[in-house]
Design a protein around this ligand. Structure first.
Ligand code: GLN
Length: 305
């Protein structure tokens, strides 16, 4: 496995030149375009990693899958899905359009910004501080990394430049999909996106989903089996934004990307995968990272279909 990873890293480095780091959140511009790393943790808990797998970056949209798991554990599923849908949108992750054109006005799914802001609003806690603490604690447990925290420079940058998300959130409140204080919900959303991780942390999350919620080291359950199944299903249908169909055809595994350059993938009963490569394609997916997963799939049987 280690040789395969060395090989796919070398072959795909060049693709970083075809992409750009995200710039709409000013702080993300500081990433180094040609960084690239991948980490795999298998269900025997063996770790294989190459390249910039210990480089820190912000989790961004990958947080949507973890916060979805929390929302599904904090609330009745029926209630969650009365506020957010189950269908791919086919639109960019930050699109506002279907909030107007859909019959129900309900956000299509929890993996696009509008739907994710709804799931963030469903996190339980008596105060904004308690919600943030619970969220961070959950991320620490699922990554098995007690150092997980927020990158405050990115958080501030998101907050200052987040007017599109703000517009969506107010619309969602107007249409009855979010209750409570919108600025508090957005604040938590910006914080969850600004959580700092590395590819190793992402592989650990992917492994938890791959084992249906059981920690391979101590047998402890963190997420229920059914919630793991739902999160992975959303990752397949919506995890790579409006490139999810193509990714399912080419790679065929549950994966979630973020504009920080990360991809978290999960191969059921086999392994978790974390990728970092901040040069993005036009849809916001790591360009070399996606190519590495494609190549991995050609060398190792990971396709779930
Ligand atoms: N924080 C980013 C945003 O809300 C997350 C988007 C992403 O990773 N696609 O725009």
């Amino acid at each position: 496995m280690q040789d395969i990873l060395n090989d796919i890293l070398q072959t795909n480095k060049k693709y970083a030149n075809y992409g750009q780091v995200a710039t709409y959140i000013p702080e993300l511009k500081k990433a180094r375009r040609d960084d690239l790393g991948i980490c795999i943790i298998d269900k025997e808990n063996k770790i294989y990693a190459v390249g910039d797998y210990e480089k820190k970056f912000t989790i961004q949209s990958i947080s949507k899958s973890i916060v979805l798991a929390m929302a599904l554990m904090d609330n009745e599923w029926e209630y969650v899905f009365s506020k957010v849908g189950m269908e791919p949108s086919g639109d960019p992750f930050n699109s506002i359009m279907k909030l107007e054109t859909n019959d129900t006005k309900k956000p299509c799914n929890p993996m696009i910004n509008a739907g994710a802001i709804v799931t963030t609003s469903l996190i339980k806690g008596d105060s904004p501080q308690e919600k943030e603490e619970r969220m961070l604690e959950f991320f620490r447990r699922i990554t098995k990394n007690n150092n997980i925290g927020i990158n405050y420079d990115v958080y501030k940058s998101e907050k200052i430049s987040g007017d599109r998300n703000r517009a969506m959130a107010y619309l969602l409140k107007n249409d009855g999909f979010i209750n409570g204080n919108i600025e508090e919900v957005l604040d938590l959303y910006f914080k969850q996106c600004s959580i700092e991780v590395d590819a190793l942390d992402l592989a650990r999350i992917g492994l938890h989903l791959a084992t249906y919620g059981i920690d391979v080291e101590n047998g402890e359950r963190i997420i229920s089996e059914n919630v793991c199944r739902m999160v992975k299903t959303f990752m397949v249908t919506c995890g790579m934004y409006d490139a999810s169909g193509e990714f399912a055809i080419k790679v065929g595994i549950p994966a979630k990307s973020g504009v920080g350059g990360g991809i978290m993938a999960s191969v059921p009963n086999k392994m978790g995968i974390g990728v970092y490569g901040p040069a993005l394609d036009k849809k916001g997916n790591s360009i070399a990272g996606t190519k590495m997963l494609e190549d991995l799939g050609k060398k190792v049987q990971i396709n779930i279909f």
